[in-house]
Design a protein around this ligand. Structure first.
Ligand SMILES: C[S@@+](CC[C@H](N)C(=O)[O-])C[C@H]1O[C@@H](n2cnc3c(N)ncnc32)[C@H](O)[C@@H]1O
Length: 271
């Protein structure tokens, strides 16, 4: 009869990933695995583990196998319809929250919401805010809607390309976005986890700046005076994004570094 120990002996997965998959299959805490490593396992559990192990060895991201990823202290359900939320995107949320401090009932817009990670985190941290989140993908919006109701966040979802998703013209105090910013020919698109993520979440199919350009150029019609726009972008795009913001008449244009000291969020205030 198979046990955790006997199955693990033959596994090529790193120990931590193995443990996470077992926890997922058996729905037990990590401590249970250690205390029960020689117990006999049900054949169905071993088969489920081996199926997940095969997918992981073929490159499927852990978040898709487990069905969730933690972001800003919340567990977000994810599927291959959405980008897996990245730790670096927490900088964009924190920047937005800093801007919202002291505003009682701000209106916030998240463009390209994916799993809803940004919009939902903002809504949970700022319960007085009205948060609108959009995406071009119906499948992504369905994942985001599920996350909002599971996490108890009040977010209004809308389908469409960037500002075309919006029907009324009420001004937003804050617009945030983590749009697709990898250029079409970038070799990273064929490496690692990103091979399994939706291509339209990763690349604009062009120079990497076209989505950022559309968001910046359209923002003035949707922001209140003194409203802010903050965007995540690639490690080498900060200068180009600042230039686009200046061209669109934004003030106080600035970039913020991530923990590695690389400028990954840029924004400004529209007067
Ligand atoms: C980089 S992902 C970000 C997802 C999520 N906001 C996050 O940070 O984890 C970009 C998102 O933009 C969406 N998107 C791509 N093109 C779009 C467009 N023209 N209009 C609206 N959303 C778009 C994609 O479907 C995807 O969900």
């Amino acid at each position: 009869m198979d046990s955790l120990r006997s199955v693990s002996l033959g596994s090529r997965l790193p120990r931590l990933e193995r443990q996470m998959l077992w926890q997922h299959v058996l729905q037990v805490p990590r401590a249970w695995l250690i205390a029960h490593d020689t117990d006999a396992l049900a054949p169905a559990a071993v088969a489920s583990f081996r199926h997940l192990e095969d997918q992981r060895l073929a490159g499927t991201p852990m978040a898709y196998l487990l069905g969730y990823r933690e972001f800003m202290g919340h567990d977000f359900q994810v599927s291959p319809a959405v980008l897996i939320p990245r730790p670096e995107t927490e900088l964009l949320v924190e920047t937005g929250l800093d801007y919202l401090k002291g505003r009682a009932a701000p209106r916030v817009l998240d463009l390209g919401t994916g799993s809803g990670a940004i919009a939902i985190s903002l809504a949970l941290a700022c319960p007085g805010a009205t948060v609108v989140a959009t995406d071009l993908s119906y499948d992504a919006l369905s994942v985001a809607q599920g996350n909002a109701s599971r996490l108890g966040a009040r977010v209004e979802f809308s389908h469409g390309s960037w500002y075309h998703a919006l029907s009324d013209h009420k001004g937003f105090d804050l617009i945030v976005s983590n749009p697709p910013y990898i250029s079409a020919g970038d070799s990273h698109l064929t490496q690692g986890d990103v091979r399994f993520e939706p291509i339209t979440a990763l690349t604009d199919g062009s120079d990497g700046l076209s989505a950022l350009r559309a968001i910046i150029q359209g923002a003035s019609q949707w922001l209140v005076p003194q409203g802010a726009l903050f965007m995540e972008h690639g490690w080498d795009q900060a200068q180009a994004v600042r230039q686009l913001l200046h061209q669109a008449c934004f003030e106080q244009v600035a970039s913020l570094p991530d923990l590695a000291g690389i400028d990954r969020v840029t924004g400004g205030i529209y007067n």
